[in-house]
Ligand binder design. Structure first.
Ligand code: B1M
Length: 220
């Protein structure tokens, strides 16, 4: 891996957005993911290498550390911000088709549920893993999920629920999706969920954390 890609991965891992950003303090004044991604592209490094060898590597490292409780929500948010800064330079290559995403993930918090902090973290990590993410937001109806499946054929679905009361809605949503689109893979997550619950509602995968979601997507 080129030194530049290693530096980009390091910036994403530690949440260094750009040169002006004071965070993390020990990287103050140094270029961040923003400048380094631009420099890498100008140096002729292919955009897909900047993505896979820089951004994805950094996001993966922070995902593992978050799972192991070595870093917390604020650090992951800084990593996601620095990834987004670098991603801005890659966007034109996605738009032109020069870089292919791994696939599309539709994500949302189920009907009746307004909690989105965890779902947003999962969404950012999945995007950092090289997937296109369509985030439907919170309180998403079954109909809206089904419409999106039809709009993005071949997509994978990610449902989040934080309330025991909305787990019931998740069950209904999964059952209706599976009845209409049996081949669509459905991954679920959220603090009150369990592997047993996943099995009981017929979802395909349960992840307790964002990194598990990324690893599942890599494996399908
Ligand atoms: Co609410 N709330 N809340 N709340 N809230 C909880 C969840 C609760 C446990 C608090 C408590 O009583 N101790 C409780 C639920 C109890 C239960 O159902 N058993 C509760 C309640 C009761 C309520 C209300 C009903 C309160 C009321 O109005 N009486 C109400 C419901 C509103 C609604 O949704 N209809 C309500 C409202 C709210 C706020 C709006 C004030 C706010 C949400 C703001 C927002 O999200 N924008 C809020 C908050 C912040 C919380 C707590 C404090 C924190 C949740 C959170 O963000 N955690 C929470 C108590 C707690 O957890 N300490 C609580 C941090 C986040 C990073 O973790 O969301 O678990 P988490 O996500 C994790 C994993 O679960 C996983 O990865 C994430 C990152 O590690 N994950 C996935 C999540 N989704 C995934 C999807 C995947 C894979 C992994 O694949 C698709």
């Amino acid at each position: 891996m080129s030194a530049l890609l290693e530096q980009i991965a390091h910036c994403v891992e530690f949440g260094k957005i750009n040169q002006q950003s004071p965070y993390p303090p020990d990287m103050k004044g140094q270029p961040g993911a923003d400048e380094l991604a631009k420099e890498a592209l100008e140096a002729g490094i292919r955009p897909e290498e900047v993505l896979s060898g820089g951004l994805v590597v950094g996001m993966q490292k922070v995902g593992v550390k978050f799972r192991e409780n070595k870093v917390f929500v604020p650090q992951v948010l800084m990593s996601a911000k620095s990834m987004a800064a670098a991603m801005a330079h890659l966007k034109p290559f996605f738009a032109s088709g020069a870089i292919q995403r791994k696939g599309t993930v539709i994500i949302g918090t189920v009907a009746g549920d307004l909690h989105d902090i965890g779902k947003n973290l999962v969404s950012m990590m999945i995007e950092g893993g090289g997937w296109e993410v369509v985030d439907l937001g919170v309180d998403v109806s079954t109909e809206k999920f089904i419409e999106s499946i039809e709009q993005y054929p071949g997509c994978i679905l990610g449902l989040s629920a934080l309330l025991t009361t909305t787990m019931v809605n998740m069950e209904e949503t999964v059952r209706e999706i599976k009845a209409k689109h049996p081949d669509t893979r459905v991954m679920i997550g959220g603090a009150p969920l369990t592997e047993d619950f996943k099995n009981s509602i017929g979802a395909d995968y349960y992840s307790p954390d964002p990194q598990g979601a990324v690893e599942y997507l890599e494996a399908v």
